[in-house]
Design a protein around this ligand. Structure first.
Ligand SMILES: C[S@@+](CC[C@H](N)C(=O)[O-])C[C@H]1O[C@@H](n2cnc3c(N)ncnc32)[C@H](O)[C@@H]1O
Length: 266
């Protein structure tokens, strides 16, 4: 359903931790509740580098958006938007090219409730409540269709969201459905949590009572999401090492997020 559908704060479940609000808390935001702060603290205990990891993930998103806009793409479909954290995707993109259009999609009503912070004054952004597990309805949504012309290249952002889908929820199938809707010259920007660099069993357990589970995947498991795309240099990398602007911070080799950018093949 689109943001026009009128979602209110009343539909926000404050009894269970939500990924968007845990993330907001760990990034220093204010849009979170006690359950989210407790879950965030447990996560930071289980995985001490989690805050640095989330900051590095955000910095990857900014560099990747600059890369795709620099490559000429003028439309962004950002699924798993998260709560507004400045600079947001449209601010990064429109600083380079003011005509970039951005459609934000998230399945958490709290994100839609903060839509005003995500909408640009030029009317080139939209926000809709939608679920990555139902990619067809995202693609067919009238608000998305008003913002995104699928006959033109699109940068599809799946940044720190696919790990909230279990294998049973078929994340690869969701990515493939979205991929097949993308015109040649489109890009996939993806990041994903991994346990390849440390045992993250305790971190996963924190999400067992949350509204979504945390599904860590190996390098090979994440690379599979790029089927039908060609990864640009340097390929799939830990996020601090994907085209860094400067020397990565100490401890970057322990960051449990892979990131990559790929061009739609064909
Ligand atoms: C960790 S945040 C990432 C935010 C942003 N992409 C970033 O990397 O800074 C993950 C977001 O994905 C959203 N999310 C989780 N499962 C989703 C689903 N099935 N469909 C759409 N959004 C989902 C959560 O609500 C949350 O806002």
């Amino acid at each position: 359903m689109s943001q026009d559908g009128g979602f209110g704060l009343g539909e926000i479940d404050t009894s269970r931790p939500h990924p968007a609000r845990i993330y907001d808390y760990l990034l220093g935001g204010k849009d979170n509740y006690e359950v989210d702060r407790q879950a965030g603290d447990r996560l930071a205990e289980a995985a001490p580098e989690v805050r640095a990891g989330l900051r590095a993930n955000r910095a990857f998103m900014r560099r990747a958006v600059r890369y795709v806009v620099g490559s000429g793409v003028r439309q962004v479909l950002d699924i798993g938007t998260g709560l507004p954290t400045s600079p947001n995707v449209h601010e990064v993109a429109q600083a380079l090219a003011p005509d970039v259009r951005v459609a934000y999609v998230d399945n958490d009503p709290i994100v839609a409730a903060h839509a005003n912070a995500l909408l640009s004054s030029s009317g080139t952004t939209s926000v809709m409540l939608g679920d990555l597990r139902d990619p067809r309805s995202v693609l067919d949504d009238p608000v998305v269709r008003r913002t995104i012309d699928f006959d033109e290249p699109v940068a599809l952002l799946l940044v720190a969201v696919l790990h909230f889908l279990s294998d049973a929820e078929d994340p690869a199938g969701a990515v493939a459905t979205l991929r097949d809707a993308l015109a040649p010259g489109s890009f996939l920007v993806l990041s994903h949590a991994t346990g390849d660099f440390a045992d993250r069993t305790a971190a996963q357990a924190v999400y067992s009572k949350a509204t979504a589970t945390l599904n860590l995947r190996s390098r090979a498991g994440v690379e599979r999401f790029f089927d039908g795309f060609d990864l640009v240099e340097p390929g799939l990398a830990q996020v601090p090492f994907w085209r860094p602007d400067g020397p990565p911070e100490p401890g970057s080799d322990g960051i449990g997020f892979y990131g990559g950018v790929a061009r739609r093949a064909g």
